[in-house]
Ligand binder design. Structure first.
Ligand SMILES: *[C@@H]1O[C@H](CO)[C@@H](O)[C@H](O)[C@H]1NC(C)=O
Ligand SMILES: *[C@@H]1O[C@H](CO)[C@@H](O)[C@H](O)[C@H]1NC(C)=O
Ligand SMILES: *[C@@H]1O[C@H](CO)[C@@H](O)[C@H](O)[C@H]1NC(C)=O
Ligand SMILES: *[C@@H]1O[C@H](CO)[C@@H](O)[C@H](O)[C@H]1NC(C)=O
Ligand SMILES: *[C@@H]1O[C@H](CO)[C@@H](O)[C@H](O)[C@H]1NC(C)=O
Ligand SMILES: *[C@@H]1O[C@H](CO)[C@@H](O)[C@H](O)[C@H]1NC(C)=O
Ligand SMILES: *[C@@H]1O[C@H](CO)[C@@H](O)[C@H](O)[C@H]1NC(C)=O
Ligand SMILES: CC(=O)N[C@H]1CO[C@H](CO)[C@@H](O)[C@@H]1O
Length: 441
């Protein structure tokens, strides 16, 4: 038994090094086996998963069966039947997915991913990956997925899926990732998606959804919620801050009204949030200052106004701030410019009137852009007439006294002037901005 195990371990390491290209160093030459570049491994050790499991690893997972001999297949008749129906509906298949959809073993179909169904020693259809397949035809998403009861991941961006999501997805007990971006969905928000209880990734961007979002949307338990580039309108529900999502993109819709005060309640989770390109109005709630995990905050190109709350000095992790193309005014708070992770703060095309020494330092470092404001003595500002016209009307915000609240001990770095060169700093790698790029059709 022991030699067998050792041999397995050796095979495993061999495969490991081969696959990941780790340098093959050999500490003690005499005992070291000669390692010529290994041939393509023909034998794999059965307990090593070739890729992360598709199902939630917290569930009890049995070893994965090989695709070419997967053993008994869960729901085979049903899955084969709906796949043939989908195949008949596909009128354009430039990458010949459907050519492989023949025979009884769905694990071999292009775009189909199998894994061992949790708690059962049987292979199931755990994932669909049609991203970028560019299918054409009348493809009914709900009808298809409702017949894939063991599904965990469904990725079908940039296809022609449409149709109404008729009923809840609750029956799909392992379902946690849905990507229907850049398809042909229309009508109201597919509220039935929210019937799935275990989704952690919801990507519905670049469809033609319109109308309001359901009140329950931000009570929905998910880590990622991308709904940008639809035509959602009306206000953001007041309980917005209940959302447990880390990454949220509401960008490029038609949302109106204010950013809800409840946003502060998301302080434990909210990491990146994009409101840009809507029709949001009113002043910012000081509660934004509670978001001390946020690295990205983007409200660019809206109709927002008022000063920047002093509470922004609490956004200790903030790297990217975009408030450009609004009607903000007042002086740019020095506490904002002292934030230790300020990388790209864009306040251009507003009506700010003052910047202090900390902000001037950031401008010199090219980390703060205040072009096209009303700041005397700085280059690239609005015309005097433009500024005078803006300020000829009285400007006020509700709850004005809250603009001075600082709901934290200011981040340590803000207490001293940093002199060190920031050249070596690693630029941030936000995740949510990628969502604004349309997947190729
Ligand atoms: C799972 O089923 C296969 C036959 O399909 C059998 O060979 C294997 O021993 C089973 N494994 C477990 C852990 O029950
Ligand atoms: C599609 O793939 C199938 C199976 O791989 C193959 O038999 C068929 O010739 C292909 N068709 C086209 C148009 O490439
Ligand atoms: C996309 O699907 C719709 C039905 O939902 C159909 O009317 C349309 O012709 C399809 N477009 C293409 C290019 O296949
Ligand atoms: C296939 O097309 C028919 C007729 O247009 C439609 O009723 C059905 O829902 C479609 N099925 C799938 C899986 O797309
Ligand atoms: C966005 O909302 C405005 C009303 O505020 C409306 O006039 C406009 O048509 C909407 N845009 C779209 C694309 O629906
Ligand atoms: C973030 O704010 C919460 C209270 O809103 C506080 O408990 C927590 O310690 C803060 N975290 C950091 C890293 O400052
Ligand atoms: C800074 O952010 C603005 C607004 O999001 C963007 O337009 C600009 O390209 C960014 N600048 C850099 C250097 O990344
Ligand atoms: C697989 C999984 O995580 N299942 C969970 C789905 O959601 C229900 C209710 O929220 C949980 O009870 C399951 O454990």
């Amino acid at each position: 038994m022991l030699p067998h195990l050792l041999f397995s371990a050796f095979l495993f390491l061999n495969t490991y090094f081969f696959r990941f290209g780790v340098a093959q160093t050999c500490p003690r030459p005499p005992t070291c086996p000669t390692i010529s570049p290994p041939p393509r491994p023909t034998r794999t050790v059965s307990y090593v998963r070739p890729r992360p499991p598709l199902y939630n690893p917290s569930l009890n997972l049995l070893p994965r069966q090989p695709n070419n001999n997967p053993g008994p297949l869960a729901n085979r008749a049903r899955i084969l039947a709906i796949t043939q129906e989908l195949k008949r509906n596909i009128t354009f298949d430039p990458q010949n997915y459907t050519g492989t959809w023949v025979g009884n073993n769905y694990c071999l179909f292009k775009g189909f991913l199998c894994d061992t169904v949790p708690d059962r020693n049987i292979t199931g259809l755990a994932g669909i990956d049609f991203n970028g397949a560019r299918f054409r035809g009348n493809l009914n998403f709900y009808r298809f997925i409702a017949n894939l009861p063991d599904i965990a991941i469904f990725h079908a961006n940039s296809n022609n899926f449409s149709g109404v999501i008729n009923r809840g997805l609750r029956g799909l007990r392992y379902f946690y990732e849905i990507d229907l971006s850049n398809n042909k969905f229309m009508g109201g928000f597919p509220s039935n998606v929210l019937g799935a209880t275990n989704l952690s990734f919801v990507d519905l961007r670049f469809n033609n959804y319109l109308g309001s979002v359901p009140r329950s949307l931000f009570n929905f338990d998910t880590d990622v919620l991308f709904i940008n580039n639809n035509v959602f309108s009306q206000t953001i529900p007041t309980d917005f801050g209940n959302t447990p999502a880390l990454y949220l993109t509401l960008a490029n819709n038609n949302f109106t009204g204010t950013i809800p005060r409840s946003i502060g309640a998301a302080s434990d989770t909210m990491t990146e949030v994009l409101f840009l390109g809507n029709k949001l109005s009113g002043c910012l709630p000081f509660e934004i200052g509670y978001l001390n995990r946020s690295t990205v905050f983007d409200v660019g190109s809206n109709r927002l106004t008022g000063p920047i709350p002093q509470s922004f000095g609490c956004l200790a992790k903030l790297q990217l701030l975009n408030m450009a193309h609004n009607k903000f005014y007042g002086s740019v708070p020095e506490v904002l410019c002292r934030l230790p992770n300020a990388f790209n703060f864009t306040l251009s095309n507003n009506y700010f009137t003052q910047v202090g020494p900390q902000c001037r330092r950031l401008i010199r470092l090219r980390r703060l852009n205040v072009n096209r404001n009303c700041i005397m003595g700085l280059p690239f500002q609005r015309s005097a007439a433009d500024c005078a016209s803006f300020f000829s009307r009285p400007r006020t915000c509700a709850r004005e006294s809250t603009f001075n609240i600082i709901p934290c001990r200011l981040p340590a770095a803000s207490l001293r002037t940093r002199t060190v060169s920031q050249e070596d700093e690693v630029p941030p790698t936000p995740k949510s901005y990628n969502a604004l790029v349309k997947p190729p059709h």
